[in-house]
Ligand binder design. Sequence first.
Ligand code: C2E
Ligand code: MG
Ligand code: MG
Ligand code: MG
Length: 291
Amino acid sequence: LLAASDSGGVATYHPVLDQQSLRRLQLGTEIEQAMADGQISVVFQPIIDAQSSDIVSVETLVRWAHPRYGSISPDDFIPLAEQIGRIGAVTDHVLDLALARCRRWLDQDIALSVAVNLSVHCLTEPDLVTRVRGALQRHGVPGELLTLELTEGSVVDDSVRDSTVLADLHDLGLRLSMDDFGTGYSSLSQLRQLPIDEVKIDKSFVLGMSTSQGESFIARSIIELAHNLGLRVVAEGVEDEMTRNLLTEMGCDKLQGFLVSRPLPDDRLENWLLARTGVRSAAPGAAHRRL
Ligand code: C2E
Ligand code: MG
Ligand code: MG
Ligand code: MG
């Protein structure tokens, strides 16, 4: 917390922690308790089939409702959790909530798959595969109903590439999705050597599609190349009809974004599903074919 500097043989110390860093450090120590207290929860954002508009999956997104600071964005506290070595615990918590939700759907005959985001740090934890397998077994959810979203950093990370972690995860029957595609350094040809099933076009490209031909061109190129490699393509950040139509024409497989639905807490997702499909997932016997 103090930085030493050598000034003529006498070490002097300067405080290097500003207010913001102090608050971050404080927050870090609160993560574990916040999970136990239910402050850290999840919302679910629907993903639909581009052609049929059927809901095919929901992405689980973590939320922290802090009693003093209000809602803290995952873009702020996930990097913090990574830095202080708590990302594994946060991931387990999110996975648990996602699979519990999936299990409740299964109990009502609804086979709706859930996606969970995985930080690159998690892929280097030696027990990750065991923990994911354990979570699936504990909830009685088949691997096919789980998608893990990885960021591009994961596949350019040497220790991940040199390990069998992606293949081992894939062997659990789950799907691997490359999140935020196009923002990192990986190329589609690199993906070909990995057990990746789908790519998600980063929302920075999708958001610009209705106004910029350049962004549309990038989206079209990603879709074509990905399809040639046998990968499915999801577009995130679909906010308007024009973008939706463009992506559908381009053959994009799945759509996600505010146009379809914002991320929703559990009870509101329930209402959204009901309004959209006429299926109340709370009612036993709802036919999963209709979702
Ligand atoms: P992501 O996985 O790429 O998730 C997409 C983000 O875009 C989400 O932000 C979502 O709310 C937002 N989004 C969805 N549709 C639209 C749209 O139409 N327009 C715009 N402008 N934004 C849209 P969120 O929930 O704040 O999450 C931010 C990032 O935090 C995620 O990006 C993901 O990288 C990370 N994250 C979230 N939950 C988790 C988690 O449980 N574990 C890990 N490791 N990371 C997480
Ligand atoms: Mg994601
Ligand atoms: Mg993304
Ligand atoms: Mg993102």
